[in-house]
Design a protein. Structure first.
Length: 485
């Protein structure tokens, strides 16, 4: 197994449970790939970028359960929004059946006019009645589709863009409409629980402690700082990998769970040339995410998180509160570990993490310029920050954070099974049916594990079904399936 991100870890854990002896090789000194945390020179532990899950991410939930991390995810039933005028709105489920469960909150959303809401409702119901597959969306951008649906400018900027840029890490004009529509169908319409936000209540690296144990207790091996220089193929079969130190390691099979831009440098050149199996990979582009970490000398925010409208900053996470596990399914607070205590220099400090997805405009900006932008944003929506002292700040830019879900990108995404014996692929950029998300990464890992076991004559299923359809959403899906059959 090459790569210790979510795709590689989910493959490794699944195959270890199936009885295979797994050797996982990761070039970094920690597991988790892009979804991890690390320690600053002063001892503070920060996430590479805040990662969240949704209730509709069934495979990610299954993976967390397998490695004993499910209890480290706090789920929130209420979503918090604030606009430039300081107006706060919330979204939460009502007793109404899907897809109407969020309708009362939506109708009370203070940052949208009646015309905005009427346009949004029309588009959302078009998605729901088509069971997430409205006609005429092939190969067009999400922005194109929204304009076809006659969405107002405010509806696009204050609703669709707010949700989708964060979910997909791409601007609406660069996002395939099928993915934007799928987010709303699976996350907000198909099932009452699909929209619930799950946030780790520990630093990200702590989520993967159980992965190493799950592999090693079944006779496997996890090697960190184990970089790979080459994947060797002989007679159309996987042969071995060459390590960075020049040593060669062989195995019966291999799953390469590395970024798509790295894979071609490891494989024989012909696989990426001409009509080679992976010749389309260079067409898959990446998009950036910027994370900003701020430590204040006092409490400046009471919500667990906020979604900002009309600002560069998109999300603000109250890490001081989140690490205490507040509002966690009614379970109450849990003890705070020493590593979590070190996140603040003083007990009364407050630690906030800000996230800007598709942050193309910030790539060339300096650390201080980005901090200044974020502080101005916070001054608008969190007035207490105006008088608070900023004790410490850091900025983390992930230039190649995710692959871009551009219109038509699926034609370049390979399956997990290659036309090379005993060599398989995992990664959110492979053909998973999902965009670049943690759920997509785990799906790819499970699919790669299934492909490997099937090739070995030991078929087994790991992939989990989506949340069951509910209410009118199930009725419309059944009606559409009946019509298509």
């Amino acid at each position: 197994m090459i790569g210790g991100g979510l795709a590689g870890l989910s493959s490794a854990v699944a195959l270890a449970e199936a009885g295979l002896q797994v050797r996982l090789l990761e070039k970094r000194p920690h597991l988790g790939g892009r979804a991890t945390s690390y320690t600053l020179p002063d001892g503070s532990e920060v996430d590479n970028c805040q990662h969240v899950t949704l209730g509709c991410c069934t495979n990610l939930a299954d993976f967390y359960s397998r490695v004993g991390a499910a209890g480290k995810i706090s789920f929130y039933d209420r979503l918090y929004f604030v606009d430039a005028q300081g107006r706060r709105s919330t979204m939460e489920a009502s007793p109404l059946p899907a897809p109407m469960h969020l309708a009362p909150s939506f109708l009370l959303f203070g940052s949208l006019s009646l015309a905005d809401k009427r346009a949004i409702a029309n588009a959302v119901m078009t998605i729901a009645r088509a069971a997430g597959n409205p006609p005429g969306i092939d190969g067009i951008s999400m922005l194109d589709w929204l304009q076809r649906m006659k969405q107002t400018a405010a509806a696009i900027d204050r609703f669709w863009r707010v949700v989708l840029v964060s979910a997909l890490d791409e601007e609406l004009s660069r996002t395939d409409a099928c993915y934007g529509i799928e987010v709303f169908w699976k996350g907000f319409l198909a099932n009452r629980n699909g929209y619930r936000v799950g946030i780790p209540s520990v630093p990200l690296a702590e989520l993967y402690e159980g992965c190493r144990e799950a592999v090693m207790r079944r006779g496997g091996e996890v090697r960190l700082r184990a970089g790979i220089r080459e994947i060797r193929v002989r007679d159309n079969s996987f042969a071995s990998v060459v390590m960075d130190d020049g040593s060669e390691t062989s195995a019966d099979a291999c799953i390469a769970a590395v970024p798509h831009e790295v894979l071609l440098s490891l494989l024989p050149e012909e696989m990426g040339e001409g009509n080679g199996t992976l010749s389309g990979l260079p067409n898959i582009k990446n998009s950036p995410i910027t994370g900003v970490h701020l430590w204040y000398d006092r409490t400046v925010m009471t919500e667990p998180f906020l979604t900002l409208l009309d600002h560069t900053t998109q999300w603000v996470f109250n890490k001081s509160l989140l690490y205490r596990g507040a509002e966690t399914n009614g379970a109450g607070a849990r003890p705070i570990s020493q590593s979590e205590k070190s996140l603040s220099a003083e007990a009364h400090d407050q630690y906030l993490q800000l996230v800007i997805s598709a942050s193309y405009d910030l790539v060339q900006k300096s650390r201080q310029e980005i901090i200044d932008i974020c502080r101005r944003d916070l001054a608008d929506v969190l007035p207490a920050t105006r008088d608070a002292q900023l004790r410490k700040a850091t900025v983390i830019k992930e230039i190649n954070a995710t692959f871009s879900p551009a219109p038509g990108v699926d034609r370049w995404r390979p399956s997990q099974r290659l036309p090379v014996n005993n060599l398989f692929l995992a990664g959110d950029w492979t053909r998973t049916g999902w965009p670049s998300t943690m759920e997509g990464a785990v799906r790819s890992g499970y699919l790669a594990a299934e492909a490997l076991l099937a090739a070995a004559g030991q078929p087994k299923t790991f992939l989990q079904p989506d949340l069951p359809l509910e209410g009118l959403s199930r009725f419309w899906a059944n009606r559409n399936n009946g019509a298509s059959s």
